[in-house]
Design a protein around this ligand. Structure first.
Ligand code: ZN
Length: 147
């Protein structure tokens, strides 16, 4: 089944997009992602990642990285959250917070997966010391692959 391409809306720089029916601050998403990070299964890299994906409906879906002895089977926190949200029937997202020890950015695969659902999605990159920055999927992945 083919669906229409995601709508590309302009992102407001430095802000989590807001809908009239809900109000979520970046700090709330970071807290959820921080708590999800504690659930990460990362015995090989010890690089624990938590994510909190905010849907257009105002629901937050958490994710964490899940590693595997067959490294290629490992799943990132960001894609873990996307899979959970899509499985719940969501396909439009306003923001995702990602928490790592050092404020690392999503890998290329996650950038592409996030781009599928809108390049204007706000991306909040946080470390475990309370620092964060805000960007967008388009800024992280210019010229994303699109069919
Ligand atoms: Zn990734």
């Amino acid at each position: 089944m083919r669906r229409t391409a995601p709508t590309r809306r302009p992102a407001r720089k430095g802000q989590v997009k807001r809908s009239p029916s809900w109000d979520v601050d970046a700090r709330v998403l970071i807290e959820v992602a921080y708590n999800m990070r504690a659930r990460a299964y990362a015995p090989y890299s010890n690089y624990c990642v938590g994510a909190a994906l905010l849907s257009a409906q105002g629901i937050v879906y958490g994710g964490c990285n899940v590693e595997n002895a067959s490294f290629g089977m490992s799943l990132c926190a960001e894609r873990s959250a996307v899979v959970k949200a899509v499985g719940a029937g969501e396909q439009q997202f306003d923001a995702i917070a990602v928490v790592t020890e050092d404020g690392g950015t999503p890998c290329g695969a996650c950038r592409q997966v996030l781009s599928e659902f809108g390049g204007d999605t706000t991306v909040i990159l946080a470390d475990t010391h309370g620092n964060y920055s805000v960007t967008t999927v388009d800024a992280l992945l210019p010229h994303a692959f699109i069919l």
